[in-house]
Design a protein around this ligand. Structure first.
Ligand SMILES: *Cc1c(COP(=O)(O)O)cnc(C)c1O
Length: 460
């Protein structure tokens, strides 16, 4: 039985000669297609070994085509974010505005004066232009952009601790020696940077006096970390940045402020708690203020450091700065994003702010349009989240289209993900929720089509 099942398996050559696989060989390399065919054949042998039955040749051919599509098709695949989570790290955090994306594309597809001085015709600085923009939006003396905020933290600590061969102590509150997510733990990063972690206070309460008592001749910095993905409630205390700067001044120790999300505008305007603003950190006297490019700034993945010129110079000259250097495509996108703020056009131009500031009535109107066009569900009040390590626990009132499918909700959500334009929804209380806030207006039709597709699949 098994012997004959093995014998019934086609050869690699006969798979390659089938019409569908021949078509693949025309588009891609013969060798690459052969590797996929061998993998599928190997899997078929496993199936025979485990079950005694061989898959049909047609099944195997379909699998080769499916594997080729998923490996060699567009990636990452664009998806519609109907979860209502504005900064969804798994979905790529902040989407870029078309103008910003165009700036990135233009810099990607041509030569530029990235590190070339047009007036002298000699080598220029990659960082000079972005330093000026960061300074202008934050009110700082200088700035630098690197790969992401994780590398900004690592680089800053490494630069500050390597400036002196014996002094390595960096003071941080116990309540801030946290994990930011994705395995990024402040104590680990500090170790990697060569810093000696000096924890002060307790998880819920740390006072100015705790910092002051921990300062020794070996102290090189005080690090403040914004708890960007959790809230400690109740009996808590942390000193403000200005108080830490005051102690730092007395002992000649710089304060490094890791803000995380790096918001430039006052979030109270949108009924949210106040997210610390980069400008306030600079004006309160932080030597270096660190934040992400793709959280509330609404730009590409990057780490931005704003601060006093002497400290920015120190950071820029450290060898790690070269290792975490930002590429030209991202640099153009960051520049275009910052200019949007300088023009005061962020609310209209930057998708993240566009979504956060979207009026409830326009959201309700779109949810109603989806309901009417797709012919299913109910429009109800719900909450959208900010997400992505910004404003933890904070939500905005919204309207969603809720669907109670005939079959399983998980299955319905899966059908939405299989639609021609993929839609990612949220599941809550055994219902599928679709939030217009995080869906670009140009994607309304895609959502309606995906719902119709999922309804049709569910009733099969
Ligand atoms: C998100 C975050 C980081 C890491 O930033 P990435 O840009 O994701 O590398 C570091 N510190 C804080 C406080 C954060 O919130």
């Amino acid at each position: 039985m098994t012997e004959s099942s093995y014998r019934s398996l086609p050869s690699v050559d006969s798979l390659l000669q089938s019409e569908e696989v021949t078509a693949l060989v025309r588009d891609f390399s013969h060798d690459a297609v052969m590797i996929v065919a061998r993998e599928v054949l190997e899997k078929a042998r496993e199936t025979v070994k485990n079950t005694g039955n061989a898959p049909t040749t047609d099944t195997m051919i379909s699998e080769i085509v499916a594997r080729a599509d998923s490996s060699w098709g567009d990636w990452p695949k664009p998806v519609v974010n109907a979860t209502g989570v504005v900064l969804h790290t798994n979905l790529g955090r902040a989407p870029l505005n078309a103008g910003v994306a165009a700036a990135a594309a233009a810099s990607a597809s041509a030569y530029s004066d990235l590190e070339f001085d047009l007036s002298s015709g000699k080598r220029g600085s990659r960082n000079a232009h972005i330093s000026e923009l960061i300074s202008q939006v934050c009110g700082a003396e200088a700035g630098i952009a690197v790969n992401n905020n994780a590398s900004a933290v690592l680089l800053t600590l490494a630069a500050i601790t390597s400036a002196n061969s014996t002094n390595k102590e960096v003071i941080v509150s116990r309540g801030e020696a946290v994990e930011i997510g994705g395995g990024f733990r402040i104590p680990d990063v500090m170790r990697q940077s060569g810093a000696t972690l000096v924890e002060v206070g307790t998880t819920n309460r740390t006072y100015v006096s705790d910092y002051e008592a921990a300062i020794t001749p070996n102290t090189v910095a005080i690090l403040k970390v914004h708890p960007s993905n959790f809230v400690v409630e109740g009996f808590t205390h942390v000193p403000g940045l200005a108080d830490l700067v005051e102690i730092g001044k007395r002992h000649n120790v710089p304060v490094i402020n890791d803000l995380g999300s790096g918001c430039l505008i006052d979030t109270r305007k949108y009924g949210l708690d106040q997210e610390p603003q980069a400008q306030s950190s600079v004006s309160d006297g932080a030597a270096l203020t660190l934040f992400s490019g793709d959280k509330l700034l609404g730009g590409p993945q990057a780490g931005l450091i704003a601060g006093q010129k002497k400290w920015i110079d120190l950071v820029s000259k450290h060898p790690l700065a070269r290792a975490v250097r930002i590429d030209k495509i991202t640099l153009s996108a960051i520049a275009a994003t910052l200019i949007s703020y300088l023009r005061g056009a962020h609310e209209e131009e930057i998708p993240v702010w566009n979504m956060i500031s979207m009026s409830e009535s326009s959201i309700a109107h779109r949810a109603e349009l989806w309901r009417r066009e797709a012919g299913i569900g109910q429009v109800e009040r719900a909450r959208s989240a900010i997400g992505g390590g910004s404003l933890p626990g904070q939500t905005l009132p919204t309207f969603v289209l809720t669907i109670e499918p005939i079959g399983s909700v998980d299955r319905f959500a899966e059908y939405l993900r299989q639609a021609p334009i993929v839609v990612v929804a949220r599941i809550e209380n055994d219902r599928v929720l679709l939030d217009p806030r995080t869906v670009l207006v140009s994607q309304d039709d895609a959502v309606i089509e995906a719902i119709k597709f999922a309804v049709a699949q569910s009733s099969k």
